[in-house]
Design a protein around this ligand. Structure first.
Ligand code: BES
Ligand code: MN
Ligand code: ZN
Length: 488
């Protein structure tokens, strides 16, 4: 699958006044008057306040080589985290791109001239550069050619940070480009092809289980969803193994790969159904994460498992009331065919456990209910293990993805009772994101596991100053960080 063209990223250890570019982005802070670049008057007049998001473009600023300086509000210095810089870089880059500026530079000065900030700046620029318009044939596409970090020559780790930021952000944009593909162009087989190509490009192992193999393994829950579509399903696996260190731990990443969710026989309303092409965002996340990990080489073996299906109401489709037997042996009464994500994830979780994964994280656009609970701000996080929960929350914090821990107490299990099978696939009207998570928990069993419900956060309905409308690639950065920090 092709991805957006990546601009050239460089770092130059030099002083600001010597850095050549079409535009130099300079963060300015609240409460710190910016006197350089002839901006003193503007600052005195309150026109440049340093508030986060504020942009002031200066042409031909005195005594610098850059043709323009873009003063970019950075907020209060004590609150200026890498996450703030990521946003600032994206906002500034998108602003300049709209003005057809091609050579962009950003100044990393003072206490910010260090690795974590250089990674965040590069991430912000590359993520900000992404556009979801590859199928527009009109050629008014604007592109930034280069992004350069300008840092003092004594600053350490700038290049390392930039290199890491580039790998992570390109992986995240790859995920976004997959998520953005319409379902006629990205079928389960095409998703498998994208995984195979990614594996070949970055020297990972990759296998794809077909219907026959899944039947042998007893994956009745996954196959029940797939049977309504003419498109054959796939269970995609990708493997990364570190060169040294045996260690007993093995991280499994399971991603929902529904290339289109009509709801099946319990069909969805027409209004907004076109968005259901993003129902494979969890799966695309895991492919992106594996691309990054292949390059960054974390200390722990990591495998991705992506059940890929199309949820259609074909003549062979499963019906409400059908009872399927999952790979784990549990029987499931399918009350609502639109609760298909949990059905395919059930078998993928069982498979990952049987393959020897000792820790599991899944990501899925699983429920509308999580959007009701957390809006489009936070990923809903569920866990059967406090240690795993804290690990993922810490990684999310470091990566700048917002996540909120949700409850998963025993009492919620009640709602999944069926009179006819071990479990029903829906839990009724209330707490829909929690009962969905409980369903998955039944298949994670005693393996430490975290479930990320990304239904509200994998897609942006409206562009933000730092991000285009459409796929966000959340939570690629968190999962990369989780693997990288595993022993730390
Ligand atoms: N893919 C949807 C969840 C979804 C909804 C994602 C809105 C993104 C935006 C999932 O398969 C689904 O249909 N869930 C149902 C579950 C219900 C039938 C219990 C839902 O949330 O309505
Ligand atoms: Mn559904
Ligand atoms: Zn779905």
């Amino acid at each position: 699958m092709s991805q957006s063209e990546i601009m050239q990223i460089t770092t130059v250890p030099t002083s600001l006044d010597q850095a050549e570019s079409d535009a130099l982005i300079v963060p300015v802070f609240e409460g710190r008057l910016e006197e350089r670049f002839g901006a003193g008057d503007l600052a005195q007049a309150g026109e440049v306040s340093g508030k986060a998001g504020e942009l002031t473009l200066l042409h031909h600023p005195p005594a610098v080589a850059a043709a323009r300086v873009l003063l970019a509000g950075a907020g209060k210095p004590e609150k200026f985290t890498p996450a703030e810089l990521r946003k600032l870089a994206g906002t500034a880059l998108r602003h300049l791109k709209a003005k057809s500026v091609r050579k962009v530079a950003l100044a990393l000065e003072g206490e910010w001239a260090m690795e974590g900030y250089s990674a965040a700046a590069v991430e912000g620029a590359i993520l900000g550069d992404f556009e979801p318009d590859r199928y527009k044939t009109t050629d008014d596409h604007k592109a930034v050619d280069s992004f350069t970090l300008v840092a003092p020559s004594e600053a350490a780790g700038i290049e390392r940070g930039a290199a890491r930021g580039r790998i992570v952000a390109e992986a995240q944009n790859y995920t976004r480009s997959l998520v953005n593909e319409p379902a006629n162009r990205l079928t389960p087989q095409k998703l498998a092809q994208a995984a195979r190509e990614s594996a070949a490009e970055f020297q990972l192992e990759c296998q794809v289980l077909d219907t026959a193999r899944m039947t042998e393994l007893g994956m009745g829950s996954l196959l029940g969803v797939a049977q309504g579509s003419a498109e054959p399903p796939a269970l995609i696996e990708m493997h990364y193994r570190p060169e040294s260190g045996p260690g007993g731990e093995h991280l499994g990443l399971v991603g929902k790969g529904v290339t289109f969710d009509t709801g099946g026989i319990s069909i969805k309303p027409a209004d907004g159904m076109e968005k259901m092409k993003y129902d494979m965002a969890g799966g695309a996340t895991m492919i992106g994460v594996m691309r990054a990990l292949a390059q960054l080489k974390p200390p722990i073996p990591v495998s991705a498992y992506i059940p890929a299906v199309e949820n259609m109401p074909g003549s062979r489709a499963q019906r409400p009331g059908d009872i399927v037997t999952a790979m784990s042996g549990k029987t499931i009464e399918v009350i609502n065919t639109d609760a298909e994500g949990r059905l395919i994830l059930a078998d993928a979780l069982t498979y990952a456990r049987r393959q020897g994964c000792t820790h599991l994280v899944d990501a899925a656009t699983l429920t509308g209910a999580i959007v009701v609970a957390l809006a489009h701000i936070n990923v809903g996080l569920f866990a059967n293990d406090d240690g795993m929960r804290d690990r993922v929350l810490r990684a999310a914090k470091g990566a700048g993805d917002r996540m909120w821990a949700m409850p998963l107490e025993e009492e919620y299990k009640e709602y999944l009772k069926s009179a006819f099978a071990d479990l029903a696939n829906v839990g009724g009207r209330w707490g829909g994101a929690i009962t969905a998570a409980w369903f998955l928990k039944e298949f994670a069993e005693d393996t430490p596991w975290v479930h990320l419900d990304i239904a509200g956060t994998a897609w942006l309905d409206d562009a933000k100053p730092h991000l285009a409308k459409g796929p966000t690639g959340v939570p690629v950065r968190t999962l990369v960080q989780l693997a990288m920090d595993w022993n730390g």
